[in-house]
Design a binder for this molecule. Sequence first.
Ligand code: SAM
Length: 215
Amino acid sequence: MRLRNNPKAYEIMNENSDFVVIEPENLKNNWKDIFDNDRPIYIEIGMGKGDFIFQNACNYPDINFIGIEKYPSVLAAAINKIKQKEKKVTNLRLMHYDAIELEKVFSENEVDKIFLNFSDPWPKSRHAKRRLTSNKFLDVYRKILVDDGVIEFKTDNRSLFEYSLISLNQYPMDLEYVSLDLHNSPENESNIMTEYERKFCTKGPIYKLVARYRK
Ligand code: SAM
Protein backbone atom coordinates (compact mmCIF):
# COMPACT_ATOMS: atom_id res chain seq x y z
CA MET A 1 0.00 0.00 0.00
CA ARG A 2 1.44 3.32 -1.05
CA LEU A 3 0.08 6.55 0.39
CA ARG A 4 1.31 10.08 -0.10
CA ASN A 5 3.93 10.85 2.53
CA ASN A 6 2.30 12.26 5.64
CA PRO A 7 4.80 14.61 7.31
CA LYS A 8 2.78 14.35 10.53
CA ALA A 9 2.92 10.53 10.67
CA TYR A 10 5.37 10.39 13.61
CA GLU A 11 3.44 13.11 15.42
CA ILE A 12 0.22 11.09 15.01
CA MET A 13 1.97 7.99 16.36
CA ASN A 14 3.34 9.86 19.39
CA GLU A 15 -0.02 11.47 20.17
CA ASN A 16 -1.65 8.04 20.33
CA SER A 17 0.82 6.20 22.50
CA ASP A 18 -2.09 4.69 24.46
CA PHE A 19 -2.44 2.14 21.65
CA VAL A 20 0.60 2.83 19.42
CA VAL A 21 3.86 1.36 20.67
CA ILE A 22 6.66 3.85 20.06
CA GLU A 23 9.70 1.83 21.18
CA PRO A 24 8.64 -1.79 20.70
CA GLU A 25 12.17 -3.18 21.32
CA ASN A 26 11.70 -2.24 24.99
CA LEU A 27 8.83 -4.69 25.23
CA LYS A 28 10.70 -7.74 23.97
CA ASN A 29 9.79 -10.66 26.23
CA ASN A 30 7.38 -8.40 28.15
CA TRP A 31 4.41 -7.98 25.83
CA LYS A 32 2.17 -9.63 28.44
CA ASP A 33 2.81 -6.60 30.68
CA ILE A 34 1.49 -4.06 28.20
CA PHE A 35 -1.75 -6.03 27.88
CA ASP A 36 -1.74 -6.79 31.60
CA ASN A 37 -2.65 -10.44 31.00
CA ASP A 38 -1.07 -13.57 29.55
CA ARG A 39 -3.55 -14.22 26.75
CA PRO A 40 -2.29 -15.37 23.33
CA ILE A 41 -0.74 -12.79 21.02
CA TYR A 42 -1.71 -12.68 17.33
CA ILE A 43 0.08 -10.27 14.99
CA GLU A 44 -0.76 -9.00 11.52
CA ILE A 45 2.22 -8.06 9.37
CA GLY A 46 1.50 -5.37 6.77
CA MET A 47 -1.77 -4.33 8.40
CA GLY A 48 -2.42 -1.44 6.01
CA LYS A 49 -5.29 0.71 7.28
CA GLY A 50 -6.14 -1.77 10.01
CA ASP A 51 -9.76 -2.90 9.36
CA PHE A 52 -8.86 -6.58 9.79
CA ILE A 53 -6.89 -6.28 13.01
CA PHE A 54 -9.40 -3.88 14.59
CA GLN A 55 -12.37 -6.16 13.80
CA ASN A 56 -10.45 -9.16 15.15
CA ALA A 57 -9.80 -7.27 18.40
CA CYS A 58 -13.56 -6.55 18.65
CA ASN A 59 -14.62 -10.13 17.88
CA TYR A 60 -12.02 -11.89 20.04
CA PRO A 61 -11.52 -9.99 23.31
CA ASP A 62 -9.63 -12.95 24.82
CA ILE A 63 -6.78 -12.58 22.30
CA ASN A 64 -4.24 -9.76 22.21
CA PHE A 65 -3.65 -8.33 18.74
CA ILE A 66 -0.69 -6.34 17.39
CA GLY A 67 -0.81 -4.68 13.98
CA ILE A 68 2.55 -4.09 12.30
CA GLU A 69 3.11 -1.77 9.35
CA LYS A 70 6.35 -0.80 7.63
CA TYR A 71 5.33 2.65 6.41
CA PRO A 72 4.64 5.46 8.90
CA SER A 73 2.13 7.21 6.62
CA VAL A 74 0.09 4.00 6.26
CA LEU A 75 0.17 3.44 10.01
CA ALA A 76 -0.92 7.06 10.58
CA ALA A 77 -3.92 6.46 8.30
CA ALA A 78 -4.80 3.32 10.32
CA ILE A 79 -4.50 5.23 13.60
CA ASN A 80 -6.84 7.96 12.38
CA LYS A 81 -9.34 5.38 11.14
CA ILE A 82 -9.34 3.38 14.38
CA LYS A 83 -9.69 6.53 16.48
CA GLN A 84 -12.91 7.35 14.66
CA LYS A 85 -14.50 4.02 15.59
CA GLU A 86 -17.23 4.19 18.18
CA LYS A 87 -16.13 0.92 19.77
CA LYS A 88 -12.98 1.07 21.88
CA VAL A 89 -10.80 -1.99 22.44
CA THR A 90 -8.05 -2.62 25.00
CA ASN A 91 -6.61 -5.74 23.34
CA LEU A 92 -5.04 -3.99 20.33
CA ARG A 93 -1.68 -2.30 19.82
CA LEU A 94 -0.12 -0.95 16.62
CA MET A 95 3.45 -0.31 15.64
CA HIS A 96 5.60 0.87 12.78
CA TYR A 97 8.24 -1.80 12.03
CA ASP A 98 9.80 -3.82 9.25
CA ALA A 99 8.88 -7.51 9.58
CA ILE A 100 12.40 -8.65 8.74
CA GLU A 101 13.56 -7.17 12.07
CA LEU A 102 10.87 -8.62 14.31
CA GLU A 103 13.38 -10.63 16.32
CA LYS A 104 14.35 -7.32 17.95
CA VAL A 105 10.80 -6.92 19.20
CA PHE A 106 9.60 -10.41 20.14
CA SER A 107 11.45 -13.17 21.92
CA GLU A 108 11.12 -16.89 21.17
CA ASN A 109 7.61 -18.26 21.65
CA GLU A 110 6.13 -14.83 22.30
CA VAL A 111 3.71 -14.87 19.34
CA ASP A 112 0.95 -17.43 18.85
CA LYS A 113 -0.21 -16.65 15.32
CA ILE A 114 0.77 -14.49 12.34
CA PHE A 115 -1.63 -13.08 9.77
CA LEU A 116 -0.36 -12.02 6.35
CA ASN A 117 -3.08 -10.38 4.27
CA PHE A 118 -2.69 -9.31 0.65
CA SER A 119 1.06 -8.94 1.01
CA ASP A 120 2.88 -7.09 -1.75
CA PRO A 121 3.43 -9.64 -4.59
CA TRP A 122 6.87 -8.44 -5.78
CA PRO A 123 6.30 -10.15 -9.17
CA LYS A 124 9.88 -9.90 -10.47
CA SER A 125 11.91 -12.97 -9.53
CA ARG A 126 14.89 -10.83 -8.54
CA HIS A 127 12.63 -9.34 -5.81
CA ALA A 128 11.40 -12.72 -4.52
CA LYS A 129 13.32 -12.28 -1.26
CA ARG A 130 11.09 -9.31 -0.41
CA ARG A 131 7.95 -11.44 -0.43
CA LEU A 132 6.65 -11.89 3.11
CA THR A 133 6.32 -15.65 2.52
CA SER A 134 9.93 -16.11 1.37
CA ASN A 135 12.45 -18.18 3.33
CA LYS A 136 14.16 -15.27 5.06
CA PHE A 137 10.85 -14.08 6.51
CA LEU A 138 9.79 -17.64 7.41
CA ASP A 139 13.03 -17.92 9.44
CA VAL A 140 12.11 -14.77 11.37
CA TYR A 141 8.54 -15.92 12.02
CA ARG A 142 9.73 -19.33 13.24
CA LYS A 143 11.96 -17.64 15.82
CA ILE A 144 9.22 -15.52 17.37
CA LEU A 145 6.31 -17.98 17.10
CA VAL A 146 5.44 -20.72 19.58
CA ASP A 147 6.82 -24.13 18.56
CA ASP A 148 3.93 -25.19 16.37
CA GLY A 149 2.95 -21.64 15.47
CA VAL A 150 0.53 -20.86 12.68
CA ILE A 151 0.57 -18.52 9.70
CA GLU A 152 -2.69 -17.52 8.02
CA PHE A 153 -2.28 -15.99 4.59
CA LYS A 154 -4.84 -14.48 2.20
CA THR A 155 -4.33 -12.95 -1.22
CA ASP A 156 -6.08 -12.27 -4.52
CA ASN A 157 -2.79 -12.80 -6.38
CA ARG A 158 -2.63 -16.33 -7.85
CA SER A 159 1.13 -16.20 -8.59
CA LEU A 160 1.96 -15.08 -5.05
CA PHE A 161 -0.34 -17.77 -3.66
CA GLU A 162 1.33 -20.52 -5.71
CA TYR A 163 4.76 -19.23 -4.71
CA SER A 164 3.70 -19.18 -1.04
CA LEU A 165 2.25 -22.70 -1.11
CA ILE A 166 5.58 -24.00 -2.40
CA SER A 167 7.70 -21.83 -0.11
CA LEU A 168 5.84 -22.84 3.07
CA ASN A 169 5.55 -26.49 2.07
CA GLN A 170 9.26 -26.74 1.32
CA TYR A 171 10.29 -24.85 4.48
CA PRO A 172 8.90 -27.37 5.69
CA MET A 173 5.56 -26.37 7.21
CA ASP A 174 2.36 -28.42 7.26
CA LEU A 175 -0.47 -26.97 5.21
CA GLU A 176 -3.61 -27.30 7.33
CA TYR A 177 -6.05 -25.47 5.10
CA VAL A 178 -6.04 -24.34 1.48
CA SER A 179 -8.87 -22.58 -0.33
CA LEU A 180 -8.85 -21.45 -3.92
CA ASP A 181 -12.09 -19.53 -3.40
CA LEU A 182 -12.48 -18.46 0.21
CA HIS A 183 -15.57 -16.33 -0.37
CA ASN A 184 -17.49 -19.32 -1.74
CA SER A 185 -16.38 -21.74 0.99
CA PRO A 186 -18.01 -22.55 4.37
CA GLU A 187 -15.06 -20.85 6.16
CA ASN A 188 -16.17 -17.53 4.74
CA GLU A 189 -18.77 -17.28 7.50
CA SER A 190 -16.07 -16.30 10.01
CA ASN A 191 -13.90 -14.41 7.50
CA ILE A 192 -12.96 -10.84 8.43
CA MET A 193 -12.26 -8.76 5.34
CA THR A 194 -9.34 -6.41 4.81
CA GLU A 195 -9.42 -3.18 2.77
CA TYR A 196 -7.70 -4.89 -0.17
CA GLU A 197 -10.00 -7.86 0.06
CA ARG A 198 -13.10 -5.65 -0.20
CA LYS A 199 -11.59 -3.92 -3.19
CA PHE A 200 -10.44 -7.01 -5.12
CA CYS A 201 -12.99 -9.72 -4.24
CA THR A 202 -15.30 -8.65 -7.07
CA LYS A 203 -12.51 -9.14 -9.61
CA GLY A 204 -11.64 -12.79 -8.89
CA PRO A 205 -11.26 -15.42 -6.17
CA ILE A 206 -9.61 -14.88 -2.81
CA TYR A 207 -7.04 -17.53 -1.90
CA LYS A 208 -6.28 -18.59 1.66
CA LEU A 209 -3.89 -20.96 3.36
CA VAL A 210 -3.19 -21.88 6.96
CA ALA A 211 0.20 -23.45 7.68
CA ARG A 212 1.87 -24.68 10.86
CA TYR A 213 5.58 -24.96 11.65
CA ARG A 214 6.72 -28.44 12.53
CA LYS A 215 7.98 -28.83 16.11
N1 SAM B 1 -3.16 -6.06 4.77
C1 SAM B 1 -3.75 -4.87 4.18
C2 SAM B 1 -4.97 -5.25 3.37
O1 SAM B 1 -5.15 -6.44 3.10
O2 SAM B 1 -5.76 -4.37 3.05
C3 SAM B 1 -2.73 -4.10 3.34
C4 SAM B 1 -2.21 -4.82 2.12
S1 SAM B 1 -0.94 -3.90 1.27
C5 SAM B 1 -0.94 -4.58 -0.30
C6 SAM B 1 0.55 -4.59 1.96
C7 SAM B 1 1.01 -3.85 3.20
O3 SAM B 1 2.15 -4.53 3.74
C8 SAM B 1 1.44 -2.42 2.91
O4 SAM B 1 0.77 -1.54 3.77
C9 SAM B 1 2.94 -2.45 3.17
O5 SAM B 1 3.44 -1.23 3.63
C10 SAM B 1 3.07 -3.55 4.20
N2 SAM B 1 4.40 -4.18 4.24
C11 SAM B 1 5.13 -4.59 3.17
N3 SAM B 1 6.31 -5.10 3.55
C12 SAM B 1 6.33 -5.03 4.90
C13 SAM B 1 7.28 -5.40 5.89
N4 SAM B 1 8.47 -5.93 5.54
N5 SAM B 1 6.99 -5.20 7.20
C14 SAM B 1 5.80 -4.65 7.55
N6 SAM B 1 4.85 -4.27 6.65
C15 SAM B 1 5.11 -4.46 5.35
